[in-house]
Design a protein around this ligand. Structure first.
Ligand code: SAH
Length: 352
């Protein structure tokens, strides 16, 4: 069946335009936005305060839902992993990660990815397509609904954070990502504080420039993966085309504009990105910049070719950075027992 435009791909202002064009009073736009975002419903019938004829008219022109849950897995550490099927049959992953003070929703922006990072499961199949804004947003709504039905222990109805850290390169799909951000932050959308949102990027130059110009105010994490351009290119061939200095300049510009410290993510791969000399060079690159470092020990893929360093190796790398005065944290990805890390659930489905 041919799919219709997704109503939630429209930002609240566009919805207001739609209502106006239909000759309906403006308060109807607020009611519609309330159903779509604040309540996040997935059936037209639930929109009880909207005239039935108008609901039917909308249903003829727009789709209200784009995601179908194919799989939901809960890890021993509380991580919940979802595989969603989209209207064209493609699949994407999203994850709920319980943290100490809140839950974090990790969402995808593309089916597949064109960045070809050697350590990443999503990269393996290349880019299939961009997600629409409504498909990005719906992941948040589905995850929110899951935490309302099955509250995360100890966190009650505490607010959630959103990280664009799932499948795909957010800055390679900037228009849809911006619209999804608008829907999340708009008072008539999810009314989220920008402080609760984080975009993680491998840092393709063009995309990074667009983000610095647009200055959405959300947090920025830049995946580096090398302390020289050659090193970076070896593990991250596409984003590696942009020189590290240029990448870091853009990140610092972004930090200056938003007043919010950014994060450098560094995947630790044994024998490739775990040399203390790389840590020393990284420390020199970052000295005096408003950046902190998250070290992510490699989560092995199914071929187990790239592995994380052992505990000592991880600690030694970190020590070089902390000794140089750089705030450095070790981030172990959750849900290993359910293949929650980095595009692995989808890969297993594609192969079976
Ligand atoms: N394309 C974006 C978002 C997706 S990747 C980006 O590059 O940031 C999100 C994070 O997961 C990145 O920091 C990336 O370096 C890391 N990552 C990807 N595959 C990994 C793996 N197999 N093990 C550990 N970290 C991984």
């Amino acid at each position: 069946m041919e799919s219709k435009p997704l109503l939630r791909s429209l930002v609240p202002d566009q919805l207001a335009g739609l209502i106006k064009d239909a000759g309906l009073p403006a308060y109807r736009a607020d009611q519609l936005a309330d159903w779509l975002f604040a309540r996040g419903v997935f059936s037209w019938e639930e929109m009880t305060n909207l005239p039935k004829a108008w609901r039917e008219n909308l249903a003829e022109r727009f789709d209200l839902a784009a995601l179908d849950t194919v799989e939901r897995q809960v890890s021993g550490d509380g991580t919940r992993k979802f595989l969603f099927r989209l209207r064209d049959g493609a699949t994407v992953e999203s994850v709920i990660i319980p943290m100490d003070e809140h839950v974090t929703f990790c969402i995808s922006t593309q089916v597949g990815c064109a960045m070809a990072c050697r350590f990443c499961a999503t990269a393996r199949g290349g880019l299939v397509r961009n997600l629409e804004a409504g498909e990005i947003l719906e992941q948040v709504l589905r995850l929110r609904s899951d935490t309302l039905t099955n509250p995360v222990e100890g966190l009650g109805d505490r607010q959630f954070n959103v990280v664009y850290m799932g499948m795909g390169e957010p800055l390679d799909n900037w228009p849809a990502v911006t619209d999804s951000l608008t829907c999340m932050m708009d008072p008539k959308g999810l009314a989220m504080s920008r402080r609760r949102i984080q975009i993680s990027t491998s840092g393709p130059g063009e995309g990074l420039k667009k983000m610095v110009e647009a200055e959405p105010g959300v947090g920025l994490t830049i995946s580096l993966g090398g302390s020289t351009d050659a090193e970076r290119k070896a593990v991250m061939p596409v984003p590696g085309r942009t020189p590290i200095r240029e990448v870091l300049d853009l990140v610092v510009q972004y930090v200056r504009r938003t007043g919010r410290r950014a994060t450098v993510a560094w995947v630790l791969i044994a024998g490739q990105t775990d040399d203390p000399e790389q840590a020393a060079r990284l420390a020199r690159l970052l000295r005096g910049k408003p950046l902190k470092v998250n070290l992510i020990p490699m989560n092995p893929l199914d071929d187990a070719k790239l592995l994380p360093p052992d505990e000592n190796g991880i600690r030694a790398f970190r020590r070089v950075l902390t000794d140089a005065g750089i705030d450095t944290f070790i981030r172990i990805s959750g849900g290993r027992d359910i293949a929650a890390a980095c595009g692995q659930l989808r890969r297993r489905h594609l192969q079976s």
